[in-house]
Design a protein around this ligand. Structure first.
Ligand SMILES: [Zn+2]
Length: 417
């Protein structure tokens, strides 16, 4: 049975995917590979994953593979879903497969010169548009550097996309592919520019991508993207894989089974987060979070403030602080309803979690989850982290009335978030 990618949400092109070219839009034709070859063993340490190797999300991967094989891949894709579940890895796998000299079905070979360049991020036709902070955190080159990215007063590089970066990308779209394949621009977190100037600058190229050029957008907050962007792209939703799938994937990447299980649990089953997790540091940090919550819930307000100060150094040391906080808060919220503890993520900390669940009612734990999500976004800005953690722990301990999730230091923009 043939499967088509879902129709675009836009009225800009009323025809289904298969007829996209009839709307004047180019679809991506891949190279004919001739007879199917036996799959060669990839380099054991290649950072490039093939479409068929990715964990979970069978449906979007199957649809993308079919579109690639049939030469009807839409030139503007939007892959969306929670962070760390493989959207960016999928985008890279697609970019590699399109340009691979010797693909196996929808999989790149990882052996040819093109694949090796994609693996090393040196392919002249495959580039990533992302904030300077994202590029730095991932250890990728900053493909579209902008002087303003490093001009923040606190010395950090920009966590947002800048219009100067987009202009550099637009300049590059004027050129034909250097290596005769297809130019692929992967655009991460376009929504990180709240002014939407970056999004507006990309409207035209997304509507009519230059010949031989594809755009793949990845986003964990697609609802923040303007409708005009979403309607120009073929959208595909990604969901977190199961923890077992993630543990199996990690074991396949050479991680010991016990550590793979722990990482899968601590990351909530998200393979990207699980791979980048510092398991030892994560466990120490989780102990710190449990101790801080215990102090906040079982003692007076001064203990909550002291606990917040003790956690403060972890804000910079461990970007996953809030993710771990959310896992613990979720366990506390679920605990009263899950007497067997089957839904509990932190299985090895059941006694501490039971004690916390007795002190923090589910309603307050749900509020804590909301506050953590808000803090995660606030931490991407120049927020007073000390005040933020104090508020979080004082609220959790019931020492503060629950205020609306807006505070003066973050400005009015987040009001009602
Ligand atoms: Zn190849």
């Amino acid at each position: 049975m043939r499967q088509d990618l879902p129709k675009r949400s836009s009225s800009a092109c009323a025809r289904p995917w298969r007829g996209a070219s009839a709307c004047g839009r180019e679809t991506v034709a891949r190279k004919k590979t001739g007879k199917k070859k036996a799959k060669a063993a990839p380099p054991p340490d290649s950072p490039l994953l093939c479409l068929s190797e990715l964990v979970g999300n069978q449906r979007p991967r199957r649809l993308l593979a079919a579109a690639l094989m049939e030469g009807r891949l839409f030139p503007a894709l939007l892959l969306h879903g929670p962070p760390g579940i493989g959207k960016f890895t999928t985008a890279r796998a697609i970019a590699a497969a399109i340009n691979c000299a010797s693909p196996d079905g929808a999989d790149a070979c990882r052996q040819c010169p093109s694949c090796r360049k994609v693996a090393a991020w040196t392919h002249p036709d495959i580039k990533v548009l992302e904030s300077a902070a994202d590029a730095q955190a991932a250890g990728r080159p900053d493909f579209f550097p902008d002087a303003q990215a490093a001009s923040r007063s606190d010395g950090r590089v920009s966590t947002r996309l800048l219009i100067g970066q987009v202009r550099r990308l637009l300049h590059e779209t004027a050129f034909k592919p250097f290596e005769g394949g297809r130019r692929v621009f992967i655009i991460r977190h376009l929504e990180s520019d709240p002014s939407m100037g970056c999004a507006n600058a990309l409207l035209k190229p997304l509507e009519e991508p230059p010949s031989g050029t594809s755009f793949i957008l990845t986003s964990s907050r697609p609802e923040l993207l303007p409708d005009t962007i979403r309607s120009r792209c073929q959208s595909l939703a990604f969901l977190p894989p199961s923890r077992d799938e993630t543990a199996e994937f990690l074991a396949g990447r050479g991680i010991a089974p016990e550590e793979a299980t722990l990482r899968a649990a601590l990351s909530g089953g998200r393979p990207g987060a699980a791979l980048s997790l510092d398991a030892e540091g994560g466990l120490g940090l989780r102990d710190g979070i449990l101790a801080a919550l215990d102090a906040a819930a079982g003692s007076g307000p001064m203990d909550a403030v002291t606990a917040a100060e003790e956690l403060l150094p972890a804000v910079d040391q461990m970007p996953g602080l809030m993710e771990l906080f959310a896992l613990v808060a979720r366990d506390i919220m679920v605990m009263p309803y899950d007497t067997q503890g089957r839904l509990i993520t932190n299985q090895d900390r059941l006694p501490e979690l039971k004690k916390l669940a007795a002190a923090i009612p589910p309603r307050r734990a749900a509020r804590l989850l909301q506050r953590i999500e808000w803090c995660e976004r606030a931490l991407q800005r120049s927020v007073n982290a000390s005040l933020m953690l104090q508020t979080l722990l004082l609220e959790t301990g019931g020492h503060l009335p629950s205020e609306p999730l807006t505070t003066p230091w973050l400005g009015e923009e987040e009001a009602g978030a």
